[in-house]
Design a protein around this ligand. Structure first.
Ligand SMILES: NC(=O)c1ccc[n+]([C@@H]2O[C@H](COP(=O)([O-])OP(=O)(O)OC[C@H]3O[C@@H](n4cnc5c(N)ncnc54)[C@H](O)[C@@H]3O)[C@@H](O)[C@H]2O)c1
Length: 511
């Protein structure tokens, strides 16, 4: 089993796709601060933070993880200049927590996402791996610091690690269903393609007086699918005793103007540009010496030709002009339709209450959520009582149309389900589909995925954090009960979910 931290992010999701295609068991670990669950169809996801060492340890042990591919990080150079401590906290602190969890669980193999930013302004180009490291941004500094920590952990604890220094990751899946959706977007190719889509008026060229052939910065663009392939080769190389740092680039650089020109050719759009001042810390040229990765890992990039790479990215951006958000089906119904659906759900829930002789909690304040992945109308709905949020979020589970997957749940440390009234029949499974351990009335029980467990009023179960991937009501017809989740995280994903914001006005309208 391979654990992919940051698996819901841009590069991590391509890695998970490749692991799925090769039939290699894996699991993604991501706090979804920047990632997209929609980018992981078919990959089990544990929603957790790098800083949660206990949860990471549980996941590593429960899934018998043998190697970790560590993508999770904060990645924006500009943001890191504005808030260097937050970057150090997430990138260095988060990795320390991961390394501690790996020690505890005795997981030895690690592939780490590093960056060309560790080199700073290079003395020579193409840049070899042993070039001095002089990062010119706090982001680059965090990556260099982590590389150093990893090296000392190799010496001290027997860790075996490969550090991959990516140059400019770009492109999208050749199938057009996975691509770059950063927010904010600061990478050149997506920005240029957003201009081609009419989402930006023009593209700023930061600096046109660099010592390069056309005066603009030169970078080495490498296709994200090729990057994913390199990680697979690195995992394999670790088992042969290979460790160390490897550049992942093509050895060929393109200037900003050349990239824009290629985008014009691929899209057929004029793409207006404007010249702007240099950005501090931007080196003139960053091109990788790729010999080591080719010779030792056997890596041969096959999709990183600039035109190919832009064509793949363009396919993704055309099909997903709003990134992954556009795929969320809540966009589909108009407001009137949503309102009538919600009202129908309310009426149906009320009828069910009446039929069972149950009464609603006093002063309910309701919202509606799909609680997770996919099509909320197809998969079912959950009425959420917001009255006691944020300390408690009480959820009245009312499944009308089938499975509800509150996939975000395992993010929390304490996961209690209390049946306050009514009767709650629930099924659950671990990430990967296996059985789940839960504590019920003081003793531990193992529940198989196809075996429902029923809670009577007043009963409580505790789900083992990090192991439960999803739980959902047993019946696809009409289940009512109340889930009381003790929440130690005020920023519960459920209430951060941008989709909730798209139901304006329903609070006064529901129940
Ligand atoms: N995109 C590039 O061009 C590029 C270049 C060089 C290196 N890298 C490195 O590659 C890695 C992946 O980059 P990306 O472009 O896919 O970024 P991304 O932002 O798309 O993905 C990072 C993922 O990590 C998750 N994450 C962040 N902090 C976390 C935490 N504390 N706990 C759990 N999950 C957390 C985010 O939710 C996100 O899904 C990063 O380490 C980055 O530094 C990227």
């Amino acid at each position: 089993m391979i654990l992919v931290t940051g698996g819901a992010g841009y590069i991590g999701s391509h890695m998970c796709r490749l692991l799925r295609e090769r039939g290699l068991p894996h699991i993604a670990y991501d706090n979804l601060s920047k990632g997209h669950v929609e980018s992981l169809p078919g990959t089990p996801l544990v929603c957790g933070d790098l800083h949660d060492t206990d949860l990471l340890t549980d996941v590593l042990l429960a899934h018998q993880v043998r190697a970790v591919v560590h993508f999770a990080a904060s990645i924006e150079v500009g943001e890191s200049v504005a808030d260097p401590l937050a970057y150090a906290q997430n990138n260095i602190g988060g990795t320390i927590s991961l390394l501690q969890a790996m020690r505890r669980a005795e997981v030895r193999d690690l592939v780490f996402s590093s960056t060309a930013a560790v080199y700073g302004n290079p003395d020579t180009t193409p840049i070899p791996e042993d070039h001095p490291k002089r990062p010119s941004s706090p982001y680059g500094f965090t990556k260099h610091a982590v590389e150093t920590l990893i090296e000392s952990s190799e010496a001290a604890y027997g860790l075996r690690a490969i550090r991959l220094r990516y140059f400019n990751a770009s492109g999208a899946s050749p199938e057009g269903d996975l691509g770059e959706a950063h927010n904010p977007e600061t990478h050149l190719i997506p920005i240029v393609l957003q201009a081609a889509l009419g989402q930006r008026e023009s593209v700023a060229i930061f600096g046109s007086d660099y010592p390069t052939p056309d005066g603009t910065c030169v970078r080495d663009y490498v296709h994200v699918a090729d990057l994913a392939e390199a990680h697979l080769l690195a995992l394999d190389a670790l088992t042969r005793g290979v460790t160390g740092a490897f550049n992942l680039g093509t050895g060929t650089g393109y200037s900003v103007r050349e990239v824009i020109e290629t985008c014009r050719q691929v899209t057929g759009h004029p793409i207006p540009c404007r010249e702007a001042a240099r950005r501090p810390g931007d080196p003139a040229t960053l091109v990788a010496s790729d010999t080591r990765a080719r010779e030792i890992l056997g890596w041969i990039p096959t999709r990183s030709d600039l035109e190919q790479l832009v064509a793949d990215a363009w396919r993704w951006h055309q099909a997903h002009p709003m990134g992954y958000v556009a795929q969320e089906p809540v966009e589909a119904p108009g407001p009137a339709m949503r309102r009538s659906e919600i009202n129908a759900l309310k009426r149906s829930a009320a009828a069910c209450f009446e039929a069972h002789g149950w009464t609603l909690p006093p002063d309910p304040k309701w919202d509606v959520t799909d609680f997770g992945l996919g099509d909320w109308r197809r998969e079912g709905l959950v009425l959420v009582n917001l009255a006691e949020e944020p300390e408690y979020c009480e959820k009245l589970m009312y499944a009308q149309r089938g499975m509800v997957t509150p996939a975000h749940h395992h993010r929390r440390k304490k996961e209690d389900i209390v049946c306050r009234w009514g009767r709650l029949a629930i099924r659950c499974h671990a990430a990967g589909g296996g059985a789940v351990a839960l504590r019920r009335n003081g003793s531990q029980t193992v529940v198989e995925p196809d075996q429902p467990f029923v809670l009577e009023a007043g009963e409580r179960v505790t789900l083992v954090p990090g192991v439960v991937h999803a739980f959902w009501p047993e019946s696809d017809e009409c289940i009512i009960g109340e889930v009381s989740t003790q929440n130690d995280d005020v920023n519960d994903n459920v209430f951060e979910d941008p989709r909730i914001g798209r139901f304006p006005g329903i609070l006064e309208d529901v129940v």
